[in-house]
Design a protein around this ligand. Sequence first.
Ligand code: PDD
Length: 275
Amino acid sequence: VIILKNQEFQDRTEAQTDIEDRGYTFGDGVYEVIRIYNGTYFMLPEHLNRLQFSLDETAISYHVKNEGLEELLHQLLIKNEIENGAIYLQITRGIAPRKHPYPQKTQPQLYAYPIPVSSPVEAQKNGASLTLIEDKRWLRCDIKSLNLLWNVMAKQQAQENGHFEALLYRDENHITEGSSSNFFAIQDGKVITHPANHFILNGITRLAVKQVCEKLDVPFEERILSIRDLDHIEEAFVASTTAEVVPITAIDQRKVGTGETGHVTRRIQTGFKEL
Ligand code: PDD
């Protein structure tokens, strides 16, 4: 495996990092997971835009265009001969003795490398279940930050209890998103999802779903759902780079709609595949 470290390519076995990288000490960094299908990146410009947004919001002085990152990522894909898979990319503020304020002189540290991904084929086909877990993350979920502790804890709890994913809520009137995916409900034939603000990550797959809905003439509405709303939805699904589109047939004890994958969800799944 070949990895990209800043501007250089190295073998995975030679790649090293520093214990004082602020990514380790403070989680002071941002990341992306980018899918590759048939030897090409999926929605790369959108991922790079979001990466630049995360960098700007955290004042990490790395400029995606100036560094020629897009070209470097293309080389990374070719060097690793990836047909289908994903790249994990992270940029930390840099290496410096452990003090909270931003260090004066430090170079942001970038790593990008292939990670194994496999689409959850069974869940995509037969549907999956969610479990409600309180959203105890900070209030800048729009930044794709390395601080994923609550996401990890929620996912673990969900999977230990036999669920595909956690469905996070701030309070009973405010469902946000999954621990590593966006959540969509279908009510009166409309696709409803949380507005893209600081409560959620503005998913690239969410963007793709929005495009697919436009193409299919399915109304797409950005609005906050309550827990009670879940009793009245017809269908639901979650979407992310790794999961793609997964139909949700149950949320804890509740059946979603008929308890089977809905036909609007199927059309969106198919539309996504075509995209
Ligand atoms: N997670 N919401 C959260 C909290 C996420 O972590 C993710 C993605 C998404 C979906 O975003 P996208 O469609 O851009 O993948 C929503 C990535 C895949 C991860 O951490 O592995």
